[in-house]
Write a protein of this length. Structure first.
Length: 277
């Protein structure tokens, strides 16, 4: 992880030089992932070239917002606060949803839709800010989230550059320690902060330590982007390696069913010379 700090910051510098940009913008949630990216960005680009948007939703816990705000002060970077609640209320009214802070009147599908809406609103504000500042959007999703599809396509998964997209969540925790991220941010339960008292590990059903061990095993087998015909065999092998059958079914389904989130849109290239009238 010590080597990653040097290589990761150089990666950011090279990408910005290559694309002709000097400034970065990112969403700061108060969680460890965005904190690590903020630290790396400040090291790579300088604090005057990094701007953070704090975008709490109606259901956001105040501790996440407080941690994000204190981190901007700790790093001495420019920041802006954008409340998502007015946009959520408009969306709920348009879609006939009864909205309260706890989301208690929404069914599971409506909760998912509201969460995706918030994630995409955050990205809309980030890209608008990038346009205003002539900046690039830095991504804050880790490898575990990306592989599991635990994110919103064209929402929090959207970015120009992602410095931690190759790190499993457990590696992000280790990197945070090296960078000097405040311990209370490292220690608290990871949360997408889209629903009241939401927890990543509760949503996923397993701790990140267990998840990352599983994902490494799946990756070593070449099972991340495997063809459909090989999937049952892969699941059987994982069970023989000692992983619980329920975990294998659940996590494999997440990885394979969300594969579309890890690829660019498929484009049909029409070749007029091959057309038949």
């Amino acid at each position: 992880m010590d080597a990653f700090v040097q290589e990761g910051t150089r990666f950011i510098q090279k990408q910005f030089e290559k694309r002709g940009f000097k400034k970065a913008i990112l969403g700061l949630s108060g969680g460890v992932d965005s904190a690590v990216v903020a630290f790396l960005a400040v090291i790579a680009l300088g604090r005057d070239n990094v701007r953070a948007l704090l975008m709490p939703s109606l259901s956001s816990h105040h501790t996440h917002f407080d941690d994000a705000l204190s981190l901007t002060q700790f790093l001495d970077i420019d920041s802006k606060i954008i409340q998502l609640s007015p946009f959520q209320k408009s969306f709920a009214q348009e879609e006939g949803m009864e909205l309260d802070r706890l989301m208690s009147k929404l069914d599971n599908l409506q909760k998912m839709r509201m969460g995706n809406f918030c994630a995409r609103m955050r990205m809309a504000f980030l890209y608008d800010g990038a346009s205003a500042d002539n900046a690039l959007v830095l991504g804050t999703s880790n490898k575990s989230e990306i592989l599991l599809g635990y994110g919103t396509i064209f929402g929090d998964l959207a970015c120009a550059i992602n410095p931690i997209g190759g790190l499993y969540k457990t590696e992000v925790f280790a990197l945070a320690q090296i960078l000097g991220v405040p311990q209370h941010i490292i220690s608290k339960k990871p949360s997408a902060d889209l629903l009241f008292n939401q927890s990543d590990e509760a949503d996923l059903g397993y701790s990140y330590e267990c998840i990352d061990t599983f994902l490494r095993a799946l990756s070593d087998m070449g099972g991340i982007d495997t063809d459909i015909e090989s999937r049952e065999e892969i699941k059987n092998i994982l069970c023989k390696k000692g992983f619980e059958a329920n975990m294998v079914e659940s996590l494999c389904a997440r990885v394979w069913n969300n594969a579309f989130k890890r690829t660019m849109p498929t484009i049909f290239h029409y070749r007029e010379c091959n057309a038949v009238d």
